[in-house]
Design a protein around this ligand. Structure first.
Ligand code: SAM
Length: 471
């Protein structure tokens, strides 16, 4: 029944295949020659199958684990260098008709204040985000065809792209909204979105149906097949993820990789990003009542194995995680993080005063300047780059750039030039000093002489007030 090329959810995320995979992994988790052979295979940066990755996930041998972490660190460095792409979520509306048992926006929650931003309020949110230095957003919205129809999302995207405040601009809007039709995905594509993000929450159908007892999201197949419809609608950058804590992590880890294999098999390109959210406390949600929470150590192991299993896929971690955890997972493979996030509707312009409409508690409450400062101190390059999708490098065109190793001549310059914008326009004196040092040092390491000269010229032009250079 398992068929990665099928367009039917229950065939490409085949329950029996996941169970067989976990049985195979259990039988082989102490088979060290096989474990080492799988780790060796990641040297070629061609990734791993879901079966191979599952063996590593279940293996508890300390030496093997050290090798996995070392390999993840190496692959991260090879493809992403020390760049970390920055973004912020923007909550448009928390009206929702679904009954998700883990999310405080569920319909039965009668006491959470329901809010939907007007276009004027969106302007205020976007200006607040621009004033921090953000260039890339992830739009978040509950599912409610009456209060938050697609036209509202489309209008909001238009508003966001239109706002030019001082030197600020939002140059890439990613969208995390409920599963929808091919037609709607086409409209989102035409509106100029970057990545379409949809978390699967869990790949286990029975568990999925229990966790989503009511509302359109209850339909497992509709939700699981959403990425195929998005790709049919012309969106070739899609972002997957599961919400760790809802179901057995081993099952969802295998499901996630099978989903990636399916997208690659059918559309020729896997997910652009994978997010690794963990369940958090929220308004009427007590995360400790969910039995499947995972430890920090396990979380790091999952990130490291994902890094070596899908080397070309960006890994995203949000402010659901603490500074300490983020520091670890950045090392082992995370390539994008959010900063200074508010998970409430209207939370940026109101300065976080009214947190009561928030979706979950954040663990990292630092300002964007503090996050940028911290990354620089750790030797990372915070990047506000949005160039790829604006240059049409999406889907497989993006993947071939990564695979060809041209990253140092393209992504590195873009990271440095956008960091320079942040340093000049938004950073504190201390952060600016660190950023300029980093830019000077890294720009000198750009391999291609022509590109290097151009970067130095653009950096100089930026001192004169020019902005938005990109390769
Ligand atoms: N409404 C959209 C949908 O149905 O997919 C997505 C938007 S929702 C704002 C974004 C994600 O937040 C969800 O997909 C879910 O994984 C996550 N989320 C919900 N409740 C959470 C909680 N209590 N802790 C952490 N993450 C949560």
């Amino acid at each position: 029944m398992y068929n990665p090329r099928s367009l039917k959810a229950e065939e490409f995320i085949c329950h029996e295949e996941i169970l067989d995979t976990l049985a195979y992994a259990t039988a082989n988790k102490d088979n060290l020659p096989l474990v080492n052979q799988i780790i060796d295979k990641t040297d070629s940066c061609k990734g791993l199958s879901h079966r191979e990755a599952a063996v590593l996930l279940l293996c508890e041998d300390q030496q093997a684990l050290s090798r996995i972490f070392a390999q993840a660190t190496k692959i991260k460095q090879e493809f992403y260098g020390n760049r970390i792409v920055m973004f912020a979520p923007l909550y448009l509306s928390n009206y929702c008709v679904n009954g998700c048992t883990y999310c405080p926006y569920h319909m039965k929650n009668k006491h959470i204040p329901r809010k939907k931003l007007t276009q004027e309020e969106i302007r205020r949110e976007v200006i607040a985000l621009q004033d921090m230095g953000h260039k890339r957003l992830a739009l978040e919205c509950g599912e409610d065809p009456v209060n938050n129809p697609l036209d509202y999302v489309l209008e909001s995207i238009k508003t966001i792209y239109s706002i030019k405040h001082k030197n600020g601009a939002i140059r890439r809007v990613n969208v995390n909204i409920a599963a929808t039709t091919v037609e709607d995905y086409r409209k989102l594509k035409e509106a100029g979105i970057g990545t379409y993000i949809l978390f699967q929450e869990t790949y286990n159908k029975a568990q999925y149906e229990l966790l989503h007892p009511t509302g359109p999201k209850h339909d497992y197949a509709w939700h699981t097949e959403a990425m195929d419809r998005a790709m049919q609608g012309g969106i070739d950058d899609v972002g997957c993820g599961v919400l760790f804590g809802l179901n057995l992590y081993q099952y969802d880890f295998v499901g996630l990789l099978m989903h990636a294999e399916h997208l690659e098999a059918v559309h020729g390109v896997g997910p652009h990003t994978i997010s690794v959210p963990r369940l958090r406390n929220a308004d009427d949600i007590d995360a400790s009542t969910f039995a499947n929470g995972i430890s920090d150590a396990l979380f790091q192991k999952i990130v490291a194995i994902l890094r070596i299993a899908v080397p070309y896929t960006g890994l995203i971690v949000s402010t659901r995680e603490s500074k300490k955890t983020r520091e670890m997972v950045i090392k082992y493979g995370v390539s994008q993080i959010s900063g200074a996030s508010r998970t409430s509707v209207g939370g940026y312009a109101d300065g976080g005063e009214e947190e009561d409409s928030s979706q979950f508690e954040v663990s990292d409450n630092r300002t964007l300047d503090e996050v940028v400062h911290w990354l620089l101190k750790l030797g990372h390059i915070p990047s506000f780059c949005t160039a790829c999708y604006r240059e049409g490098r999406t889907g497989d065109r993006f993947m071939s750039l990564v695979k060809s190793g041209q990253i140092r001549n393209c992504c590195l310059p873009n990271a440095l030039m956008t960091l320079k914008e942040f340093a000049e326009d938004y950073a504190s004196e201390d952060t600016k000093r660190l950023a300029l040092q980093m830019i000077e040092k890294e720009a000198a390491s750009i391999p291609n002489e022509k590109v290097r000269d151009t970067v130095f010229r653009h950096l100089h032009d930026m001192d004169g007030g020019m902005r938005d250079f990109r390769f």
